[in-house]
Design a protein around this ligand. Structure first.
Ligand code: F0G
Length: 447
C-alpha cells in the first residue's frame, strides 16, 4: 500500500496518485517484512549474480524481496541496470585530507546516471497501471533515463526541460530515444509545477521522484553498496542533493535494512547542495529543518539547479534518522573537486563533485560536523563525465567562469574564480620536433 508520511493515511498500490488524498503530503510504498532471515536474503541476492536471467542480473531486481509491488515477472522492465562499481580514489582522499575515500559511481548505468535505478521501477509501475505515456520535468538526466526506459517498455516518453541550461549531451539522449522533448521557457521548478497540473488532465503518468515507485528502485543503490562492503556500513555516506529524491530513497533503504537486521549501524547521510541552489542546507544551517523556503536556483552544476525540491521532507527524515547533515559548497569548490576526481581517472559531472568538495571542507573545519581522517566514507557520484563535456572543457581552458558570470556572481558573491587544476589542450605544429619538445617538457616535470 501507499502511506502518507505525515497523516499516515493509506491508499491502494494501484491508485494513480503522487500525494496523500487527505493531507496532500508525500507517499511511501510500504510492505510487510520479508519472511526470510537476513542471512538467507543476503545469500539469495548474491546467488542471483550467477544467473542468466536478466531480472536476476539487474542491480535493481536482484533485490526484489525489498521491492514488492508487482505480481508477475512479465511486468518487469530491465536493461539491465545497476551493479555499479565502488572505486578507491587515493588522490581525492589526499585532497580531502583523509586516509581513504571511495566513490560509488552510479554513472556506470545504461543512460549514464543514477536515474536508471529508479526509472526501471517507475516504468514497471506505469506498465502495471496500463499507462500509455510517462512524463517528467528534468534538468536532463531524468529525461534521458525516462526516454530510454519508456522506449524499451513501449510507452510514449514526454519530457519537460528548462529552455536554457540543460547540457546538450543529456538533451541529445532524450531526442534519440524518441521522447517528446519540450523546452519550457522557465526553470526546472516552473516545469515541475506545470507538469503536476497537466498530468491528471492528460492521463499521463509522472515519473519525477515525487512518484514513490521511483524511490523504491533507487533504494537498491544502498543495498548494493552494503553488499559490496560485506554488509559493514561506512561511517558516512555523502550524496549530492537537487530535488532530494536520491537522499530520500537512501534513508528509506537504510531504515528498512536496519529493521531487517542487515544493517547494525546507521551511516550518517550527508547531503550536499550547490550554494546557489541550497534551500534545505539553508534550513538546516538556520536551525529550522521543519520548514523550507524555496529559492531562485543558480549554479553551473545544472543537474542540481533546483530551488523547490519536492522530496525535501523525506530527505530531512533521512538526515535526522541517520544523525546526518545538509550543507552547501561554492562553484569554485565544485569545479576544483571535479578536476581532482578526474586525476584519479574517474570522470563525473559537476553535481557529483559537490561530494568531494564537502568532504574536504568537513575534514578541515573545526565544527561539530567535522570529519575524522579515519572515518570510512563513501561518496556517491551520480553522473558520467560525458554528461556535461562543455563544463569540463571550459574549466580546463579557464573560461568556465567568464561564460557563466551571471550564475557565479550570485553563488560566489562576485569573488574571482580560477581553474586551479586546469589541464588545457596544447596546440602543436605537425612536426616531430614540435611534438618532442612538448612531450619532453611534461616528462621532465614528472621526473
Ligand atoms: N546528480 C545528478 C547528476 C543529477 O542529475 C541530479 C538530479 C542530482 C544529482 C540530484 O538528485 O534530485 O535526487 O536530489 N537530477 C534531476 C534530473 C533533477 O532531472 O535529472 P536528487
Amino acid at each position: 500500500m501507499l502511506r502518507c508520511i505525515t497523516c499516515q493515511a493509506v491508499h491502494p498500490l494501484r491508485d494513480v496518485i503522487y500525494r496523500c488524498g487527505s493531507c496532500g503530503d508525500l507517499l511511501d510504498v510500504v510492505f510487510p517484512r520479508p519472511s526470510e532471515t537476513a542471512a538467507a536474503l543476503a545469500a539469495t541476492f548474491r546467488a542471483r549474480r550467477m544467473s542468466d536471467n536478466p531480472i536476476d542480473r539487474s542491480g535493481v531486481w536482484r533485490f526484489r524481496e525489498l521491492l514488492p509491488f508487482y505480481d508477475q515477472e512479465s511486468q518487469i522492465v530491465t536493461y539491465p541496470e545497476g551493479n555499479t562499481p565502488l572505486l578507491d580514489a587515493p588522490k581525492s582522499a589526499s585532497y580531502a585530507g583523509l586516509r581513504r575515500l571511495r566513490f560509488k559511481h552510479l554513472g556506470f548505468n545504461p543512460t549514464g546516471s543514477f536515474k536508471d535505478y529508479g526509472m526501471v521501477t517507475g516504468v514497471t509501475q506505469a506498465r502495471i497501471l496500463g499507462m500509455r505515456a510517462v512524463a517528467c520535468a528534468s534538468t536532463g538526466n531524468t529525461s534521458a533515463s525516462l526516454g530510454a526506459y519508456a522506449a524499451r517498455a513501449g510507452l510514449l516518453p514526454i519530457v519537460l526541460v528548462p529552455e536554457t541550461g540543460v547540457s546538450f549531451a543529456k538533451l541529445s539522449q532524450s531526442l534519440d530515444y524518441g521522447a517528446l522533448t519540450l523546452m519550457v521557457r522557465g526553470d526546472f521548478d516552473v516545469a515541475q509545477a506545470l507538469l503536476r497540473k497537466l498530468a491528471p488532465r492528460l492521463g499521463i503518468y509522472i515519473l519525477n521522484s515525487v512518484n514513490p515507485f521511483r524511490l523504491e528502485g533507487q533504494k537498491t543503490v544502498m543495498i548494493e553498496l552494503l553488499e559490496q562492503l560485506g554488509w559493514e556500513a561506512p561511517d558516512r555516506i555523502v550524496v549530492p542533493g537537487g530535488n532530494l529524491g536520491n537522499s530520500s530513497s537512501f534513508g528509506k533503504a537504510l531504515r528498512e535494512l536496519h529493521d531487517l537486521g542487515l544493517l547494525t549501524k546507521r551511516p550518517r547521510i550527508t547531503i550536499v547542495q550547490a550554494r546557489g541552489a541550497a534551500p534545505l542546507s539553508e534550513a538546516y544551517e538556520g536551525g529550522h529543518s521543519e520548514t523550507l523556503v524555496r529559492v531562485h536556483a543558480r549554479t553551473l552544476a545544472t543537474a542540481i539547479k533546483i530551488g523547490a525540491p519536492v522530496s525535501w521532507k523525506k530527505a530531512a527524515r533521512a538526515v535526522d534518522w541517520s544523525d546526518g547533515w545538509v550543507m552547501s559548497v561554492s562553484e569554485q569548490e565544485i569545479a576544483d573537486a571535479k578536476a581532482v576526481i578526474g586525476l584519479d581517472g574517474i570522470g563525473c559531472e559537476p553535481a557529483s563533485a559537490t561530494t568531494l568538495a564537502a568532504i574536504r571542507r568537513l575534514a578541515s573545519e573545526g565544527t561539530d560536523e567535522r570529519i575524522d581522517p579515519d572515518e570510512t566514507i563513501v561518496a556517491i557520484l551520480t553522473g558520467n563525465v560525458l554528461k556535461d563535456p562543455d563544463y569540463t572543457i571550459r574549466y580546463h581552458q579557464s573560461s568556465l567562469f567568464e561564460e557563466f558570470r551571471s550564475e557565479t556572481i550570485v553563488t560566489d558573491h562576485g569573488r574571482g574564480l580560477t581553474s586551479q587544476f586546469a589541464n588545457p589542450p596544447v596546440v602543436v605544429d605537425a612536426t616531430e620536433e614540435a611534438l618532442m619538445a612538448v612531450i619532453q617538457k611534461r616528462l621532465d616535470i614528472i621526473g
